[in-house]
Write a protein that binds this ligand. Structure first.
Ligand code: NAP
Length: 333
């Protein structure tokens, strides 16, 4: 599907959908075409606010519109499976917010639906597309710091306890692990691969959602990763990768600025600031989707579905060990 402009639709007019839409406006080849909400009033207000041409009062009405090329699925993760499959079965290119699904089994069905319908599918894992990520991986691969042996990564923010909110409601996939813990888990998977041992310590909210989780991964060659996510505290959003001859620190300063420190033994540390002049960073993933479509690809070479599936399998393992269960039939595949 090569087009001069792609018609985008938004499924679920919530918080992140607003940020994504204002980023989409910054891309010359993205047309803000349609919004879809369970409420027509909400859809219309959202369309007016961000400048979409059409507003639909149901997801079903939007997916049957043949003019829609790409759909951004921005519902709670509990609904990504159903909503992504609905779009894929209508031949749309689909960008699904993280967490991609609740379980690996759901993720597999989404990937199967994409392949069956020859439709593009990708997880909206925006940090994968940041220049800071590329830089870190490049330094590690160059070997200049020796072998990476340990790491620490955290993502925490304080959210007041509200049992109905998607962050705490298990029916909506609540919990810190799937909301923000996936970032530290992603870093560990990218740097060290799949762990041979996992231990967890978890604090469950009264709803059963994980309010805080600390994870330790161990790898066959002795590498260790300590990972944390929490909805109960504030922290730096920081990843440190410790290598034989130095370390790398990745610090999120604000949503558009990341500082990467490369510290070599016996020399001064180098700070590199990666700053986005415009947008929230979500435009990077939308831009990448359209580049893939221009190239006739059905999945991203930077974030292949295999990578997303591996991550979902790892999250299943963590949840099984930690005793975090969602009210769905297939939990751990
Ligand atoms: N990439 C990032 O940085 C980032 C940041 C925040 C969140 N996210 C991800 O984006 C997704 C949405 O998060 P959000 O913070 O935007 O949530 P939100 O504000 O609650 O919005 C979610 C939207 O989903 C729709 N929805 C469909 N079925 C629903 C149901 N049963 N209950 C509640 N809402 C339902 C609603 O839209 P309608 O009422 O219009 O149908 C709602 O506004 C989550 O998967 C989250 O992890 C990503």
């Amino acid at each position: 599907m090569t087009k001069q402009k792609y018609n985008w639709a938004i499924l679920g007019c919530g918080k992140i959908a607003g940020k994504f839409s204002s980023d989409l406006k910054l891309l010359g080849n993205a047309n803000l075409y349609a919004t879809a909400s369970r409420s027509l009033d909400k859809s219309t207000a959202f369309a007016e606010k961000y400048g979409f041409e059409k507003a639909y009062g149901s997801y079903q009405e939007m997916v049957v519109d043949p003019k829609v090329d790409c759909v951004y699925v921005a519902s709670p993760h509990s609904h990504h499976h159903d909503h992504a499959i609905l779009c894929l079965e209508h031949g749309k290119a689909v960008l699904v917010e993280k967490a991609f699904a609740l379980t690996a089994s759901q993720a597999k069905k989404m990937i199967d639906a994409a392949r069956k319908n020859n439709a593009f599918l990708m997880e909206a894992f925006w940090t994968r597309f940041q220049a800071s990520f590329e830089k870190v991986m490049q330094v590690l691969e160059s070997g200049e710091l020796g072998k990476a042996r340990m790491m620490r990564s955290e993502f925490c923010f304080f959210a007041p306890y509200d049992p109905g909110h998607r962050l705490f409601n298990l029916e909506l996939g609540g919990g810190s692990l799937l909301d923000i813990g996936i970032y530290p888990v992603f870093w560990a998977e990218q740097v060290f691969g799949i762990p041979s041992e996992i231990t967890t310590t978890v604090d469950l909210a009264p709803t059963g959602a994980d309010r805080s989780i600390a994870m330790t991964f161990k790898y066959p060659e002795g590498e260790i990763a300590q990972l944390t996510s929490s909805l109960a505290v504030c922290s730096d959003t920081q990843t440190e990768i410790w290598c034989e001859k130095g370390f790398i620190r990745v610090l999120r300063i604000d949503p558009s600025t990341v500082k990467v420190t490369i510290s070599k033994k016996d020399s001064t540390a180098e700070d590199i600031i990666f700053h986005l002049d415009k947008g929230f960073g979500l435009l990077l993933e939308a831009k990448h989707v359209m580049e893939c479509l221009d190239a006739g690809l059905l999945e991203s070479p930077l974030l292949p579905l295999e990578c997303t599936f591996r991550q979902m399998q790892l999250l299943d393992r963590i949840r099984e060990i930690a005793g975090i269960r969602y009210p769905i039939k297939t939990q751990f595949s």
